[in-house]
Write a protein that binds this ligand. Structure first.
Ligand code: ARG
Length: 292
């Protein structure tokens, strides 16, 4: 059993959650926050910009390294979407282990460089050849059946350094996840929000299981990733440098965008994470696919 709880974010689970809430609405019940521990207070409701939570829609072609994970099927890709990801090399998409722990390669596909999920003309659609879960952390790599060329992959921080996760620094998180803390609302168009990086000490205070060697926290009340954003990138741009540096993978949070409960990310600059991955059974193959 892999150390990650899966169900809340999954496409099927999400669909049934939406149905339950829709039914509740018809019956005149108050919609509850589904799959989250945080129930928004009355003062949260209807506050402008609280909607990714607190983010904005992105124009076509934004963040081309962004990947969407889809369940295979005939339906609208918007309804088949279950997680985010990012292009790490022409053959590899990086995501969260909890997104794919119950997936078989044949049951899923991924599209890189698409902004509007339902627009099948956008991006590069690929089958998945293998799914590699990290043995210890919320991290996974998808090997694609064919390479994605012509899109610049994300850069990773220098392993074992923390220069890019200074508390207070501004990062961005993008995804097609829930935009509402109360009712599951899943957008067709990619959204992104700028979030401040939160110190390890503050994060540990919010989350007892937080591990500063492999995690980083970001977010502030009203600005956060949410259900459906999992697996997607938390990234920064650096002055005088072109390209984007991915510092985190959306992992978990207590509710979304709540005060004192920032989002928790798998830290992609963790030396421990990469060292153990290279030593694993698939290490050599993955290293080659990453071009190292
Ligand atoms: N576990 C969620 C998912 O599967 C991601 C939650 C992120 N939560 C947060 N508050 N940042 O989509």
């Amino acid at each position: 059993m892999h150390p990650f709880n899966a169900p809340a974010h999954r496409a099927a689970a999400r669909r049934s959650a939406s149905v339950a809430v829709a039914a509740g609405t018809v019956l005149g019940l108050v919609a509850v926050s589904v799959g989250t521990a945080h129930a928004a207070t009355a003062t949260d409701r209807g506050r402008p910009g609280v909607q990714i939570i607190g983010g904005v829609e992105k124009p076509n072609g934004s963040y081309p390294f962004m990947a969407a994970l889809l369940s295979k099927g005939k339906g609208n890709p918007r309804d088949r979407h279950f997680c985010g990801g990012s292009l790490l090399s022409p053959y590899l998409v990086m995501t969260a282990a909890h997104c794919v722990v119950d997936e078989k390669p044949k049951q899923m596909e991924t599209v890189v460089g698409r902004t509007v999920l339902s627009d099948k003309k956008q991006g590069h659609l690929r089958n998945v050849r293998t799914i590699t879960l990290h043995e210890d952390y919320d991290f996974a790599l998808l090997e694609l059946d064919k390479p994605v060329y012509g899109i610049a992959p994300v850069n990773l921080p220098t392993q074992g350094t923390d220069a890019l996760i200074r508390p207070g620094a501004k990062a961005t998180v993008a995804g097609w996840g829930n935009t509402d803390t109360e009712v599951p609302t899943h957008p067709d168009r990619l959204r992104a929000v700028d979030v401040p990086i939160v110190s390890h000490i503050e994060c540990k205070a919010s989350y007892p299981d937080y591990d500063k060697t492999v995690n980083v926290c970001a977010g502030v009340e009203g600005k956060d990733s949410c259900q459906g954003d999992s697996g997607g990138p938390l990234f920064r741009t650096l002055k005088g440098r072109k390209g984007v540096y991915q510092i985190g993978i959306v992992a978990y949070g207590d509710g979304c965008a709540a005060q004192g409960a920032p989002g928790v990310y798998t830290y992609t600059g963790s030396a421990k994470l990469w060292d153990t991955l290279w030593k694993s059974a698939d290490g050599k193959r993955l290293k080659r696919l990453l071009g190292r």
